[in-house]
Design a protein around this ligand. Structure first.
Ligand code: SAM
Ligand code: SF4
Length: 359
């Protein structure tokens, strides 16, 4: 793990982590950590593979592929989600990757988990969603969060290094038609797609999809992030505010990373929808984090920015009982770092990239 110096914008928070982890007290059955946070949102990565090469996420040449027998099977995913839901207080599960639609058994994964009393959603680039949206909905999926950084085909090809915009748009339309809720996630990159932020918001508002802008984080495996291409949440709010009236949404955030705004027309004052801004870097929300993650190989990762992982799948395959798996998961979460920094005034740059962790 390496520390990355932040540019001197004056906007960036000082961040620190604790080093010594006190013993976990007996008794609390959930995924509480030593700073009192409780993880109730589970992100499950289904694969580290992807059919796009977004510049902020993956290198152009891709990453080494994990052998398929090292990935969690549908039955193993079901077991872990059941343990999380029944014993650890997990309420929501979001499947991600890599690109989760590359899993041939995705509908089976959803169907197995749909009986476990948790809300199921999917983070996806939507390539191939057109042919599977209805089956996923029928299996119990509630919502998709689709990554779409621009609706300009040339800029899309520059950001993702693939000319597949039409497939993504077809996937979004099919998800909508199937009755899946659709949210759109966008990462703005300075000088690449940031001038199109308003166009993307207009596109989403017209279709009733909530758009969330996410600050670019140092989660590219090439470690090229230095903060200069990141468009800050403050810059995004200012750019959108030139074209729309943004009013902070009063609903409690409840651990959600996005700061939400009601969007109204500057000319008529008509309410047009909502937009979210996720200031992961400049206004970090670590103190309210409610997330726990499983990598595609079944490792608990308590924080995107922590390289500490605990291998639940290996334990399960070695014959661990449910109680032993639960104990391992609880202990991993107890050690969750306070925030995503190090002892210096910098962001930690974890050794795995976003696609390998599960975004
Ligand atoms: N392939 C799916 C997709 O793109 O939605 C799921 C995995 S992707 C890693 C999950 C989310 O992480 C996407 O919304 C993507 O924009 C975001 N992401 C990836 N790298 C990022 C980075 N360096 N900074 C901020 N967000 C990032
Ligand atoms: Fe693939 Fe999603 Fe990463 Fe883009 S952000 S390269 S679609 S995993």
């Amino acid at each position: 793990m390496t520390a990355v110096a932040l540019p001197a914008t004056g906007l960036l928070r000082r961040v620190r982590t604790e080093t010594a982890v006190p013993p976990r007290p007996e008794g609390d059955p959930g995924l509480v950590d030593r700073f009192g946070r409780r993880a109730v949102d589970l992100r499950v990565s289904l694969t580290e593979r992807c059919n796009l090469r977004c510049t902020y996420c993956m290198p152009a040449e891709g990453l080494p592929v994990i052998p398929s027998d090292a990935l969690m099977t549908a039955a193993e995913i079901e077991r872990l989600v059941r343990l999380g839901a029944e014993h650890l207080g997990v309420r929501k599960v979001r499947f991600t990757g890599g690109e989760p639609l590359l899993r041939a058994d995705l509908v089976d994964v959803i169907a197995r988990c749909a009986t476990l009393g948790v809300e199921l959603s999917l983070t996806t680039n939507a390539i191939g969603l057109a042919g599977r949206a209805q089956a996923l909905r029928d299996a119990g999926l509630v919502r998709v969060n689709v990554s779409l950084d621009t609706v300009d085909p040339d800029v899309f090809a520059t950001v993702t290094r693939r000319p597949f915009l039409t497939r993504v748009l077809d996937g979004i339309a099919a998800a909508d038609a199937a009755g899946l809720g659709v949210k759109v996630n966008a990462v703005l990159l300075r000088g690449v797609n940031d001038h199109l932020a308003v166009d993307l918001l207009a596109w989403c508002l017209e279709r009733g999809h909530e758009l969330r802008f996410i600050e670019q984080m140092p989660l590219d495996p090439g470690h090229a992030w230095d903060g200069t291409s990141m468009v800050t949440a403050a810059e995004t709010r200012a750019a959108l505010g030139e074209h729309y009236v943004l009013t902070p949404d009063q609903a409690p955030r409840d651990g959600a990373p996005a700061e939400r705004f009601r969007v109204a027309s500057r000319t008529t004052g008509a309410h047009l929808g909502t937009v979210g801004v996720i200031a992961s870097v400049t206004e970090s929300f670590c103190a309210d984090c409610t997330r726990t993650r499983l990598t595609a190989e079944g490792h608990v990762r308590s924080c995107l920015f922590s390289d500490e992982e605990s291998d639940l799948l290996g334990a399960m395959r070695a014959g661990a009982s449910d109680e032993q798996v639960l104990d391992r998961w609880r202990r991993a979460m107890w050690a969750k770092p306070r925030d995503h920094g190090d002892d210096a005034d910098g962001m930690v740059h974890p050794s795995r990239g976003m696609s390998a962790i599960g975004g």
